[in-house]
Design a protein around this ligand. Structure first.
Ligand code: 6PG
Length: 249
């Protein structure tokens, strides 16, 4: 596993423009290869301005949207119009402009009471688009991840059961500290990705980020993201990077 690239940005604006241009570049490559560009989006607040930028007229002509398939990294077990819903945030930020064909957004139906079935069906949707070889993990072209102050990523929280899921592609996960369930892509799928970009902002994450990137391994879920055949980058807004040994451009 090569050491992850760490890029520190002075302000969220610069960070999201860098992430958006990586998205554009990878989308262009996949279009040239005549392959679908498959991306998984995290929820939370940091990526929202990125999704707004990608869904804006600025990027309308820069990306061949009919070739793009968007998936969710994780979802809260709430209705899709709930204020807590990651889908609702992504829909409002990126989908309402209509750039992406409706059938190219693959929503996690995490509101379903039969969470196991919902997880299995989402895995089938991943399989239909990514078409892995039998026995292979589905290989997403790009995954945008966030990191919480506790070092969680996706909906893989410290001590939660889904961290130990190494067979299923998608799993329900009970998050004790939130007293709620989530659906999440599992570590094997995240680690099968060709490209992972962490988007991290906020001074409240500085100490955890220092431990994740410079401390002993294996203490935080975010440290378990180590694609065997993929590239990981950390795009960090400067306040979250302030405790790192050296700022890296
Ligand atoms: C979620 C996200 C989660 C998020 C982190 C960081 O459903 O909440 O997928 O993993 O990425 O909590 O969130 P922020 O970027 O908003 O701090």
């Amino acid at each position: 596993m090569t050491k992850p690239e760490i890029r520190v940005f002075d302000g969220l604006e610069h960070l999201i423009w860098a992430a958006a241009s990586d998205f554009e570049q990878l989308a262009r490559i996949r279009a040239i290869e005549k392959m679908p560009f498959t991306v998984a989006l995290s929820g939370g607040s940091t990526p929202k301005p990125l999704y707004e930028l990608l869904g804006s007229s600025t990027f309308a002509g820069r990306v061949r949207w009919p070739n793009v398939h968007l998936f969710q990294v994780d979802e809260r077990c709430v209705p899709p119009d709930d204020a807590q819903s990651n889908y609702r945030m992504i829909r409002q930020a990126m989908l309402e402009t209509g750039l992406l064909p409706k059938e190219n957004f693959h929503r996690m139906a995490a509101e379903r009471p039969d969470r196991e079935n919902a997880a299995r069906e989402y895995a089938q949707e991943l399989a239909q688009v990514l078409r892995p070889e039998p026995g292979e993990w589905p290989r997403l072209d790009l995954v945008f991840l966030g990191m919480g102050p506790d070092g969680h990523t996706a909906s893989l929280f410290p001590g939660s059961q889904a961290l130990d899921e190494h067979t299923e592609w998608v799993a329900p996960n009970y998050v004790a500290k939130l007293e709620s369930f989530r659906l999440t892509l599992t570590l094997p799928v995240l680690n099968a990705a060709a490209r992972v970009i962490f988007l991290v902002s906020g001074v409240d994450k500085a100490e955890t980020l220092r431990q994740v990137l410079e401390g002993p391994a294996g203490h935080f879920p975010a440290q378990l993201i180590q694609p065997a055949h993929g590239r990981v980058s950390w795009f960090v807004e400067e306040s979250a990077a302030q405790l790192l040994k050296k700022s890296r451009g």
